[in-house]
Design a protein around this ligand. Sequence first.
Ligand code: ADP
Ligand code: ZN
Length: 553
Amino acid sequence: YRDREFSHTKTMFERFHALFGLRKFRSNQQEAVDCAIERRYHVFVLMPTGGGKSLCYQLPAVLDDGITFVVSPLRSLILDQTQKLSSLGIPCASLTSDRTPAEVSAIYAQCYSSESELKLIYVTPEKIGQSDQLNKLFSHLYMKNRLARFVIDEAHCISDWGHDFRPDYVKIGTLRDRYPNVPFTLLTATATPRVQLDMLKQMKIERHLSKLFIQSFNRTNLVYKCFTKGKTDGALARTVQLCLSDQFVGMCGIVYCFSRMECERSAAYLSQSGVTARAYHAGLEDQDRADVQTQWANDDYQVICATIAFGMGIDKPNVRFVIHLSMPKSIEGYYQESGRAGRDGGLAHCYLFYSYQDLVKIKRLIMTEQSPNTTRDAQKVRLENLQRVYSYCLNNVDCRRTLLLEYFGEQFLSSQCKKITETRCDNCCNVAQTKLVDFKDLSKQILSLVDHLTRQLKTITLNQLIDILKGSKQKTIQNAGHDKLEQYNIAPDITKIDLERLLSKLILDDYLHQDISINDTYGTANAYIRLGKKTIYSEPILISVCTKKENPN
Ligand code: ADP
Ligand code: ZN
């Protein structure tokens, strides 16, 4: 038995060297491949983009008897993979909508033939739900013991708790029911512990029948910084400055925008300022999009101004900066988008511009984005995700890496970030320019204000709280009688952003609680504040306040 195991391993290494031309496995690759070949567990690989997930199913597919089916969300991704495999001489095919009927028939004929050499077939998720022909093929191969494995690429798309839910993925769960003995491999570069569990649940994979291979998500070569923005053009002007600075001259980067219009506007503005830039968004014709991608790959443009449609499948190693002109919609999304910088391992910069207006704008978008698959719960999760990014932006104390990695269930000590000058995040850099102030007394006042208002059965939003504390002269405040409150105008000298920071801290630490309530009639969402589980006793409530001007814009 030992000999057999040894010879398996030997074959595995031989194929690894001979077919893929590689020498050494990267972290978790061999473990995942071994586990797949063993066929006793479903394999779940969580690796940052560029980590080498493909090998984790491609090598087993070559070694397995039968055909491995890979479900992948984008035709461009599929094309990329099949080209790579073909160039390595690995027999593979794809069943996407750009195949001619004759090509499709030929692929099916090959699959039905027991002599077939085919190892991997790529399909898009909608085919699983729609194509009878494909499902018949699955059943045939299953009967013949030639259905080797199902691989689900970008598997987080099955969870509507993630940032990139795709309704077409839901059908994939049915494969488990129909072919219970076929092992699955799930791949993703992004999933929080919550999304991980949900993925397994949606996929109907029992936790004890799966093995997880999770790799650290720390991107040591990326520098994370956040900036408040006044007007959008402030952020744009700063982006231009950056692009033309010594640091970035001639280097390429991605500028992520909120809307198609923002893409077009930013690209035009950058071009006028002497930066070669192009817009990229879902509104472009297929051909234009393909052109932009090719030109970008050839370094014809310094900057691409894109909506998030730009990214999946674009693996350009030398992206030196990723700038978000608007706040992203979730931490996961941000990690993913900013992660497109520095794939080559070289130093790269991730700048995020944010404002309260962004928060409002995206919230409105979430509320109007009604698709039949969007459940109320999913909508709430999205609002929470959004709130969490905003807290991340506002946070000017904690290490950005710690905050980002915490989201993926990973612990990271800020001392690690502080150690390396070049890649230190803004908060770790700014330690010297900020001082910690204890806002315990003000916080106690805020809690009693919230207590007072909720006892009177009044709803209160974060902004209303800020207005009261800063003594706003607005009519609505007066009409509500808020100017008569004891706490009216008790914090006139604290900046609005510091107050927001304080409130956001009180919420995160559970002194206050924020309920997101969705109004069905008007389709609006409000976040109402009430008391949380904790009371303030004698512990300090520390907020870091800048001793310098906040934004050296
Ligand atoms: P992911 O799917 O995780 O984003 P890929 O599977 O596309 O990553 O791999 C990213 C790059 O790393 C590819 O160019 C691939 O050839 C390369 N790669 C993968 N595994 C190894 C390895 N063990 N040694 C060297 N290069 C590798
Ligand atoms: Zn840091």
